[in-house]
Design a protein. Structure first.
Ligand code: HEC
Ligand code: HEC
Length: 314
């Protein structure tokens, strides 16, 4: 019986015996802590837990409620809705390619996925459990929970977009997309922060989003670093799947990509800690349309989970 299951899994995985091939455009190397090697069992358990509403106080909310695979692992709300209709103050980011991330959360307050995945369970505005409650309810240790959920999140990836295809095989882009790519790199200065295979420098910048009537509505990275230049700074988000992950920014305050482009075109929102790389761009209407076409071409294939038996090769 066990052999049969294994054979079926192998066939389903297309005969592959390793972690599914790296999607086009991403790094083959993903940093994985030595104490939590990726295994098919952990990924499968993590996937089950990701959809399990028992992780929330009133059993109404799962990770997947706010990170919906069909919405590129977002919830399409400005700010997320947790148990008992409670709201937090931040937008649920996409989970694609988080395994490559240097830190987790908009302010980078979790240094690892193993630490991060236990936070929403305990956040009163999200799942509102204690670790004692949740371990008793699902019958797993805190460590098993954390390692399984982190392992599953590492398998959520997006690549193979039209841009990746263009860069690797010179597949044709439309004239708008091509021009948009130039603007992204040159006149728009976007690539200064949205850089690398995941279109993020994994650093923290103030583009003025949190600045409201002379005050910061959210101090962002400053709450951790206490460095002046980090006031109102948030981690550069990935732009993969960005056409599907709105509303945008750490507070979900910008509804559309057109408005995001306007935000950058006018030089962000001036405030004392505005990043020096943010300045008025003076894009023409055609240039804005081209940049939009480029951003849309960053949607690719989102994959998650794992069927086979081996561990990922570092
Ligand atoms: C009620 C909605 C909600 C639920 C439930 C939820 N999340 Fe989130 N998630 C968010 C929000 C909002 C953020 C951003 C919070 C912040 O940065 O302060 C986030 C951030 C994250 C991040 C960091 C992403 C990044 O770009 O840094 C990961 C990883 C993550 N969640 C995984 C999970 C897992 C695993 C679960 C289940 C155990 C879960 N989430 C449950 C709303 C939710
Ligand atoms: C100085 C660094 C920097 C530059 C330059 C920059 N960005 Fe950003 N970008 C960020 C940061 C940081 C955020 C998150 C800001 C926040 O939520 O407060 C962000 C957010 C975004 C988002 C929202 C993504 C989401 O999931 O919410 C989009 C889209 C985006 N940027 C596109 C662009 C484009 C297009 C350009 C060039 C015109 C650009 N960025 C230039 C740092 C930068």
């Amino acid at each position: 019986m066990r052999l049969l299951v294994f054979l079926v899994a192998t066939v389903l995985a297309g005969g592959q015996s390793t972690f599914p091939a790296t999607p086009l455009g991403l790094d083959a190397y993903m940093p994985i802590p030595d104490h939590n090697p990726l295994t098919v069992e952990k990924v499968a358990l993590g996937r089950e837990l990701f959809f399990d509403t028992r992780l929330s106080r009133d059993q109404s909310v799962a990770c997947a409620s706010c990170h919906d695979a069909k919405q590129a692992f977002t919830d399409r709300r400005s700010v997320s809705k947790g148990v008992f209709g409670r709201h937090g103050t931040r937008n649920a980011p996409t989970l694609v390619n988080r395994g490559y991330g240097a830190s987790q959360f908009w302010d980078g307050r979790s240094p690892s996925l193993e630490q991060q995945v236990l936070k929403p369970i305990q956040d009163p505005n999200e799942m509102d459990m204690t670790l004692a409650d949740v371990t008793a309810r699902v019958g797993l240790s805190e460590r098993t929970l954390a390692e399984a959920l982190a392992s599953y999140v590492r398998t959520i990836r997006s690549g193979n977009s039209r841009i990746d295809q263009h860069l690797s095989r010179n597949a044709e882009l439309s004239p708008e997309e091509k021009s948009g790519m130039r603007i992204f790199r040159l006149k728009g200065n976007c690539v200064t922060c949205h850089v690398g295979p995941n279109f993020s420098d994994e650093k923290f910048h103030n583009t003025g989003i949190a600045w409201r009537g002379g005050n910061l509505a959210d101090e962002g990275r400053f709450a951790l670093s206490h460095r002046e230049q980090d006031r109102g700074a948030f981690r550069t988000p990935t732009l993969r799947e960005v056409a599907r992950t709105g509303p945008y920014m750490h507070d979900g305050s910008i509804a559309t990509l057109e408005e995001v482009i306007e935000h950058y075109d006018k030089g962000g929102v001036p405030n004392p800690q505005l990043d020096p790389e943010i300045r008025p761009l003076r894009l023409t209407p055609q240039e804005k349309r081209d940049l939009l076409a480029f951003l849309r071409a960053l949607s690719g294939e989102v994959t998650e989970g794992w069927e086979s038996k081996e561990r990922i090769e570092p």
